[in-house]
Design a protein around this ligand. Structure first.
Ligand SMILES: *Cc1c(COP(=O)(O)O)cnc(C)c1O
Length: 211
């Protein structure tokens, strides 16, 4: 068995069938990813619009059930291309971006699914909505902008307290009545699923070390 597929199977055995695995293929060429697509996996994550477009455009036209997830910082000038290409966008992190996504859904006549990215540790270098601003932002997104917000997403501070952050995110998600929860990466997905993650974003544990 191809080693990417066997890595995927190992991860899948731990995670089970109730959590969606987003195989984060950023930085890898399609040749490296292809065995997993041929194996039948359908959720893939990328963090750059251009790279994703180049890599996936043709494949997505062939495989209509393939789902692409934008998990990286989304610049305003790439918002239109992102709405065109991605089925899910996990990095809705400002009112400005949310307004653009809403506008381009209308222009392109496409509806997408979104996660609001939360800046859990109020870290200056990380983007995301602050917890204090979440309720207003969420209301604005669903009532004014008509975006389908399905859950929250976060990359917790790397300070050994993942469980604490996952719990906070789980509770915020619940308080807004949201169904999906995007958290957990190669290093902490086991912890994330204890706190009801429904989408884990796993790169290196499946594809190996990124160059
Ligand atoms: C790269 C990335 C991942 C995957 O990271 P691994 O540690 O390789 O599993 C998950 N989420 C986001 C937002 C990323 O940028």
């Amino acid at each position: 068995m191809n080693y990417v597929v066997s890595n995927f199977e190992k991860v899948k055995k731990i995670i089970g069938n109730n959590v969606n695995i987003i195989a984060v293929s950023k930085s890898f060429k399609y040749d490296h990813i292809k065995p997993l697509v041929e194996y039948g996996h359908r959720h893939f994550g990328e963090n750059k619009v251009q790279e994703a477009q180049h890599k996936w455009f043709d494949i997505k036209n062939e495989l209509i059930d393939l789902k692409l997830h934008m998990i990286g910082k989304l610049q305003s000038n790439k918002a239109k291309q992102a709405v065109d290409l991605f089925d899910y966008i996990h990095s809705v992190d400002s009112p400005k971006l949310a307004a653009l996504l809403s506008k381009y859904e209308l222009t392109l006549k496409k509806k997408r699914k979104y996660f609001i990215q939360i800046n859990l540790g109020s870290e200056k270098q990380k983007s995301g909505i602050l917890i204090d601003e979440l309720e207003n932002f969420f209301d604005h997104c669903i009532k004014v902008l008509n975006l389908e917000i399905i859950g929250l997403m976060a990359i917790p501070p790397n300070d050994g307290n993942e469980a604490k952050y996952f719990r906070i995110l789980m509770n915020l998600n619940r308080s807004l009545g949201l169904q999906e929860l995007s958290m957990g990466m190669s290093g902490d997905f086991k912890e994330a699923i204890k706190y009801n993650a429904t989408f884990v974003r796993i790169g290196s544990a499946i594809f190996g070390k990124r160059i």
